[in-house]
Design a protein around this ligand. Structure first.
Ligand SMILES: Nc1ncnc2c1ncn2[C@@H]1O[C@H](COP(=O)(O)OP(=O)(O)OP(=O)(O)O)[C@@H](O)[C@H]1O
Length: 248
C-alpha cells in the first residue's frame, strides 16, 4: 500500500502540488489523469525519490519513504516520461547495467532480457546504441530495463506514448497481470480510453490539486447522461469559455 499524506511540492514560489492525500491499494492499477502541468510527473517523481516533498510524507507498506529510500527504491520499477537516457549505451549494456544495480543474478537477468526483448520486438537491435533508436524503441528499452528486477510496484509516466499497437497491447496486458498478482501499478496518461480500459481507480489532478479519486463508474454515476470526455473536461478543463479556432 502506498500513501501520500498531506503532500505538497513547491518549486520556488510555485505550488505544483497542494495537500495531496491519496492511498493506492495493493492489487490495483491506478491512473493519474490531468492536463499538461497538472502535477502528474511531480507526484510520480516524489514516489520515485527523484524529488522530495516540501511538506507531508509518503509511506510504502507503512514505511516512511524519507527514512527508507534505498529499500523502497528497490521495490519500484520506474518508467520516466522521456526515454532519452543513456544514449551512448547499447540496449543490452543498459539492461545489464540495471540488472547489476538491482542485484539480479546473471541467469535470471539473461532470461528476462531475452523474453522481454523478444516480446517487445527489439531483440535483434539490442547491440546497437540507444541514440540510433526511434522514440518507441527507446521507450521499449526503458520499459524492459524497469521490468528486469521485477519489483512489486510499477510506476509508469505516460508509458504508452510512442509505442506501436502491439507493444502497447502487450504492456497493458502485463500491467493487468502484475496487478492481478496483488501488486500496485501507478501510471499517468492523457488518454481517457486507456484509463477506461486499464484502471481500477483514477485520480484527476487539476493545477496541483486532486479533484476526484474513484472508479470510472463512480465518476460516470456522478454525472449521468454525460460521456467521459465531457465529464473530464468539465472537471479538469479550463474554466473560461474559449471557442477553438478563435482568438482569445
Ligand atoms: N523543476 C521545476 N521547476 C519549476 N517548476 C516546475 C518544475 N518541474 C515542474 N514544474 C511545474 O510544476 C507543474 C507540474 O508539472 P508536472 O511535470 O508535474 O505536470 P504534468 O501533469 O506531469 O504535465 P504533463 O502532462 O505536461 O507531463 C507545472 O506547472 C510545471 O511547470
Amino acid at each position: 500500500m502506498i500513501q501520500f499524506d498531506h503532500i505538497s511540492k513547491q518549486y520556488g514560489d510555485f505550488t505544483a502540488l497542494k495537500d495531496l492525500n491519496l492511498t493506492l491499494e495493493n492489487g490495483e492499477i491506478f491512473g493519474l489523469i490531468g492536463h499538461n502541468g497538472a502535477g502528474k510527473t511531480t507526484t510520480i517523481s516524489l514516489l520515485t525519490s527523484i524529488i522530495e516533498p516540501t511538506n507531508g510524507s509518503i509511506l510504502v507498506d507503512g514505511l516512511e519513504l524519507s527514512q527508507h529510500r534505498d529499500e523502497i527504491k528497490k521495490q519500484i520499477a520506474y518508467v520516466p516520461d522521456s526515454p532519452d537516457i543513456f544514449l551512448n549505451l547499447t540496449a543490452r549494456e543498459y539492461w545489464n547495467f540495471l540488472a547489476t544495480i538491482y542485484g539480479v543474478d546473471h541467469e535470471t537477468a539473461k532470461e528476462r532480457i531475452d523474453s522481454l526483448s523478444l516480446l517487445f520486438d527489439i531483440k535483434e537491435r539490442q547491440y546497437e546504441t540507444i541514440d540510433s533508436y526511434s522514440h518507441g524503441m527507446r521507450q521499449k528499452t526503458i520499459i524492459i530495463g524497469a521490468l528486469i528486477p521485477n519489483p512489486d510496484i510499477w510506476v509508469l509516466d505516460e508509458p504508452l506514448t510512442g509505442l506501436d499497437p502491439q507493444a502497447s497491447f502487450d504492456l497493458k496486458e502485463m500491467m493487468k497481470e502484475h496487478a492481478q498478482k496483488g501488486n500496485t501499478v501507478l501510471f499517468s496518461t492523457h488518454v481517457l480510453s486507456v484509463a477506461e480500459q486499464l484502471c481500477d481507480r483514477i485520480g484527476i489532478l487539476r493545477k496541483g490539486e486532486i479533484i476526484f479519486v474513484g472508479t470510472l463508474d463512480e465518476l460516470k454515476n456522478q454525472y449521468p447522461n454525460k460521456d467521459l470526455e465531457t465529464i473530464y473536461l468539465e472537471l479538469a478543463g479550463r474554466q473560461t469559455e474559449v471557442k477553438v479556432g478563435e482568438d482569445e
